[in-house]
Design a binder for this molecule. Structure first.
Ligand code: ACO
Ligand code: OAA
Length: 375
């Protein structure tokens, strides 16, 4: 009997989840019942992470305790830095992050403890450490030593401090916090689904997260933010945007940062990133990257009838914040770690191994021919 195949599992419902609702028709994103616009306005990364892990917003005492737990676990062991420093100089930052998380697992004597409590502990610990890993990777690429976290700063503030080597302004800290909130969770996207597939074998948390990092790295997923900056630099000016759109079309190319597997309308996160990019374009006195992005959005949307996604304005925004393009996807991972871990926790609480079928379209059974008889 021939089965019906859904290429890319498009529109297949593969799990019940209470973590987030992604409404592709109306362009709404809701974490645990709270609209992303409200979280963007009122919440912090720590509070959002708590919400994703525990299902409820914390009281002030719970938030303080949670934030202190994250702070206490920010440091990354020297052995991890030694491994990262031994990697080839041109290793991809996301591959370095994947190795860093894997090494954290190797160093954890409880790596294979897959009790619920241990998975919660791993989630908090990885959320705390991945921010430090992020900046250590940037510094190691630059030939510098990683710096120690500053526990007087919030999670977002500390990430920026360690990335740039100087304490961030209140506005920069808020911008980083917003990036971390907006990228935290998005249903069964490719990297989260990968994490759940891995978790469903009842392996350890580190294996799920290294798999998810590998999936996020791809240019059709989180890697698109780096590709958007490369495009902006290549195009070079607002005047060149129109010619670039024509040439991508003529070559049947992809417009990175446009289109989405779920949203048929605006991506609800893009407007927040766009507004911040606009503000920073004025503050930095460098309007070019924002102006080019605006022109690209206008022309590409008209050309292919697809809106920009979360990766598009994240590129100019992060660049204005002094973050180099090759690090953008690692920043994404430092936020999405919360979604990945929340989904792993949900998966293992009511587990079933994930094993879809393939519709076999190869040869019918045929006879084996000895190698001496093959032409
Ligand atoms: C965090 C995130 O992962 S957000 C997504 C980040 N990725 C990108 O920005 C990369 C560019 N975008 C894309 O490649 C796609 O839009 C995806 C991967 C995001 C979604 O892919 P799909 O679910 O297949 O989208 P959809 O069904 O709308 O695409 C149908 C067709 O529209 C066209 N299309 C979709 N997006 C684009 C684009 N950005 N540029 C040109 N054509 C496009 C293509 O012809 C596509 O078919 P193809 O993939 O066989 O070439
Ligand atoms: O959901 C998806 O397919 C892609 C994704 O991770 C996001 O948009 O944040």
């Amino acid at each position: 009997m021939t089965a019906t195949t859904s290429k890319g599992l498009k529109n297949i419902v593969a799990a019940d989840s209470s973590i987030s609702h992604v409404d592709g028709q109306t362009g709404q994103l809701i974490y645990r019942g709270y609209h992303i616009d409200e979280l963007a306005k009122f919440s912090t990364f720590e509070e959002t992470a708590y919400l994703l892990y525990y299902g409820e917003l914390p009281t002030s005492e719970q938030l303080e305790e949670f934030s202190d737990k994250l702070k206490a676990q920010r440091s990354v062991p020297q052995e991890v830095y030694d491994v990262l420093k031994a990697l080839p100089k041109d290793a991809h930052p996301m591959s370095m992050m994947r190795t860093g998380v894997s090494m954290l697992g190797n160093l954890d004597p409880n790596e294979d403890n897959n009790s619920k409590e241990s998975f919660f502990d791993d989630s908090l610990m990885l959320t705390a450490k991945i921010g430090t890993l992020l900046s250590a990777i940037k510094r190691i690429i630059e030939g510098k030593d990683p710096i120690e976290p500053d526990n007087s700063l919030s999670h977002a503030g500390n990430c920026l401090y360690m990335l740039n080597g100087e304490k961030p302004s209140a506005d920069a800290e808020k911008a980083m916090d917003l990036i971390l909130i907006l990228h935290a969770e998005h249903g069964l996207n490719a990297s989260t689904f990968a994490a759940r597939v891995i978790a469903a074998t009842l392996t350890d948390m580190y294996s799920s997260i290294t798999g998810a990092i590998g999936a996020l790295k791809g240019p059709l997923h989180g890697g698109a933010n780096t590709a958007v900056l490369e495009t902006l630099k290549e195009v070079g000016s607002v005047e060149n945007v129109e010619g670039w759109v024509k040439s991508v079309r003529a070559n049947k190319g992809k417009f990175m940062g446009f289109g989405h597997a779920v949203y048929q309308t605006q991506d609800p996160r893009a407007k927040h990133l766009k507004e911040l990019s606009r503000r920073l374009s004025i503050e930095t006195g460098e309007p070019k990257w924002y102006d080019m992005s605006i022109k690209m959005e206008e022309l590409v949307t008209a050309e292919i009838n697809k809106n920009c996604n979360v990766d598009f304005y994240s590129a100019s925004l992060q660049y204005y914040m002094g973050i180099p393009g090759h690090m953008f996807t690692c920043v994404f991972a430092a936020s999405r770690i919360t979604g990945w871990c929340a989904h792993v926790l949900e998966q293992v609480q009511d587990n079933k191994i994930i094993r879809p079928k393939a519709n076999y379209v190869g040869y019918e059974e045929r006879s084996y021919v000895p190698v001496s008889d093959r032409s």
